[in-house]
Design a protein around this ligand. Structure first.
Ligand SMILES: *Cc1c(COP(=O)(O)O)cnc(C)c1O
Length: 397
């Protein structure tokens, strides 16, 4: 590991060699407007006050840092769960959509667009648009619309319009293309809410800053409980990387705290059905940033696979590409079956049914031994209600 490295973004929008804004010329004014204003707006006292108040009264923050006693006994170490599953709408995603809707308002935008794969980000976006009374259009692949009917119904009930992406494989990347096309055609009144630490600069940094509330809370909550604000380990699953970015954020430059990022190995890293980007990916450009992604030798993006819809992404955000490349974070990968088993175990040891994404982070307890006195914070990114049918089918419940 390189000493004295800075793991935050630099002035040019890069984390090490990753990041930047590789966008079509026609998108430049929109992205540039955001880049010039996001830090200024986030620093305004009125912005901070409104963000903090909504996180408290609407999202339900601070989310508890829960000492998981029975889980800790089983793995003979001290395990704390950061309970993002208890947030309104059931996951960490709302932290970012609240931040971005306030940003959109400050920029004078009246129309919101988003893309969604499994529908979780679409629901979080539709929720904050309802909250603020803004028009909301969510692009979603036609195939995903059919697979994710409950989330489509939620978005409609919240007043959003769900527009099907009919081209290509009719999944997430096609929905992203449609959203970008929309933004190019509506540069003045529209803000595009991206759901993870991906996309052109400044999105990865802006989303990481909105999610940073997670590690900000871990610091004071741990201080209360253990007398130190530093755990030995912070563990989080990585799809695009936003919940991990939030859980890592305030520890990035403190190498006493070890960071573990957990990817989905699907049916096995080398099975051809996986989303283990750090193991399989190499440098390329996706969604406007230079990062690690899974691709063929001629640069075509490989279709990813995971049982968990939120981890089913062919890349990782540029922050994580840099954390991997620099060795600052250790990357581990967990198969579908390992994750499902860990989800069942948490349910029965602690009475908490986790999202399958979060089950991936929990599953490393079976792969890596920790010392008795280690403090291990695992970010429980979401609750398992949305995954119940998956758990039912898998365990024949
Ligand atoms: C979307 C989602 C993820 C993956 O997204 P990140 O940006 O990597 O955090 C993880 N957990 C849950 C519960 C999700 O909904």
């Amino acid at each position: 590991m390189t000493k004295n490295m800075n793991y935050n973004i630099n002035n040019n929008g890069y984390y090490g060699e990753f990041g930047g804004a590789y966008i079509p010329e026609m998108l430049y004014p929109n992205v540039e407007e955001l880049r010039q204003n996001y830090l200024k707006i986030m620093a305004e006292p009125s912005f901070k006050a409104e963000f903090d108040q909504l996180l408290k009264d609407y999202v339900g923050r601070p989310s508890p840092l829960y000492f998981a006693k029975r889980l800790s006994e089983k793995y003979t170490t001290k395990i704390y769960l950061k309970r993002e599953d208890l947030n309104h709408t059931g996951a960490h995603k709302i932290n970012n959509t609240i931040g971005q809707i306030l940003m959109a308002q400050r920029l004078g935008k009246t129309r919101i667009i988003a893309e969604t794969g499994a529908g979780q980000h679409g629901v979080a976006t539709a929720t904050v648009c309802a909250l603020m009374g803004l028009e909301c259009i969510v692009y979603m692949g036609e195939i995903d619309i059919a697979r994710q009917a409950p989330n489509v119904a939620r978005m409609k009930m919240l007043g959003a319009e769900v527009r099907p992406a009919l081209s290509g494989s009719r999944t997430l990347k096609d929905a992203t293309n449609e959203a970008i096309r929309d933004w190019i055609n509506n540069p003045v009144n529209t803000h595009y809410i991206i759901g993870s630490v991906v996309g052109p600069h400044p999105y990865p940094d802006m989303v990481a800053r909105f999610q940073a509330i997670v590690s900000e809370e871990i610091q004071w909550q741990l201080k209360d409980k253990e007398g130190t604000d530093k755990p030995d380990y912070v563990v989080a699953c990585v799809g695009g990387g936003s919940n991990a970015a939030g859980a890592f954020y305030h520890y990035l430059n403190d190498t006493d705290v070890k960071l573990i990022a957990v990817e989905a190995a699907g049916k096995g890293i080398h099975s051809g059905q996986s989303a283990a980007t750090s193991a399989l990916g190499f440098e390329g450009i996706i969604h406007g940033s230079k990062t690690l992604l899974m691709q063929t030798n001629d640069g075509q993006i490989t279709e990813p696979y995971s049982i968990s819809a939120g981890l089913d992404y062919p890349g990782v955000g540029p922050m994580h590409a840099h954390l991997y490349k620099s060795g600052r974070a250790k990357f581990m990968s967990i198969t579908d079956s390992e994750a499902m088993t860990a989800g069942l175990e948490l349910s029965q040891l602690e009475g908490i049914i986790p999202a399958i994404e979060s089950s991936h982070a929990l599953a490393i307890l079976n792969q890596k031994a920790f010392k008795t006195n280690d403090i291990v914070v695992i970010n429980l990114s979401g609750r398992g209600d949305k995954d119940l049918q998956n758990y039912i089918d898998y365990f024949k419940l």
